[in-house]
Design a protein around this ligand. Structure first.
Ligand code: HEC
Length: 227
């Protein structure tokens, strides 16, 4: 290779480098990238942490586990034992006194704030309705979540068996115990609920499909009339 050739190659390389630099400068002068205020894709550390940590603990259930099906077979001795946690604040005998909390004789099925001679919190006094099994289950799970500003400073009974036992036992402390739900009936009701949900989902899906089809048909008509 003679020097002429080498010179040509070197000149070519220099030209190429110059071209790249010049195009780069011109390009960034013409286009100034704007910083987005928020990322277009919902990217977050949390999402990434969740994506790369499949063993993350499952979300806590939203509310207490239902107890209706457990009531009929609840252990009364266990219920009386659980009530020891309540006994410092609640008397449960007929005609017994209010303590820090109201007397609870006949509470199952009674109205919220059932004692006229007890000074309830506003949240309890204005709640309305009656203490059914489901309401007691929710209240005893987390009193403060169920009644805004409740005066009952008690953390709650986290175990469904404990709630079922104490509620079933409280039900015996009454002139008119409420009939315990038949577990078979509870199961049947749950099955009906599930079926209703499935139907609702199917209807939603069908509605979405119809909507899609209508849209497509509309587009087809548009393009047909445009021609
Ligand atoms: C630290 C005291 C305390 C403890 C422990 C306690 N309670 Fe209460 N309870 C109260 C007070 C005070 C109220 C009134 C709440 C209000 O007005 O918001 C109340 C209200 C209630 C009510 C509503 C009564 C009504 O007339 O509407 C029920 C039901 C109840 N408690 C059940 C229980 C059970 C069951 C336990 C035990 C698992 C328990 N409580 C533990 C203080 C307590």
């Amino acid at each position: 290779m003679n020097t002429m050739e080498i010179n040509k190659i070197v000149a070519g390389v220099i030209c190429a480098v110059l071209l790249v630099v010049v195009v780069g400068k011109v390009g960034s002068a013409l286009v100034s990238p704007e910083e987005l205020e928020a990322p277009v894709y919902p990217f977050s550390e949390d999402v990434m942490a969740g994506a790369s940590a499949p063993t993350a603990a499952p979300a806590e259930p939203a509310g207490p586990e239902p107890i209706l099906a457990m009531l009929a077979s609840a252990d009364m001795g266990e219920g009386e034992k659980v009530f020891k946690k309540c006994a410092s604040c609640h008397d449960v005998e007929k005609g017994g006194p209010n303590k820090t909390g109201p007397n609870l004789y006949g509470i199952v099925g009674a109205a919220f704030a059932h004692k006229g001679d007890f000074s309830y919190s506003d949240g309890m006094a204005s709640h309305g309705g009656n203490w059914g099994f489901a309401e007691l289950n929710e209240f005893l799970y987390k009193p403060r979540d169920y009644i805004d500003g409740t005066k009952m400073s008690f953390g709650g009974l986290k175990k469904a068996e404990d709630r079922a036992a104490v509620i079933a036992w409280l039900n015996t402390k009454s002139d008119n115990p409420v009939a315990l739900p038949d577990p078979a009936a509870v199961e049947a009701a749950e099955a009906v609920d599930e079926a209703a949900e499935a139907v609702e989902e199917a209807v939603d899906d069908a509605a979405a499909a119809v909507e899609g089809a209508v849209e497509e048909a509309g587009d087809a008509v548009d393009s047909a009339t445009a021609q």
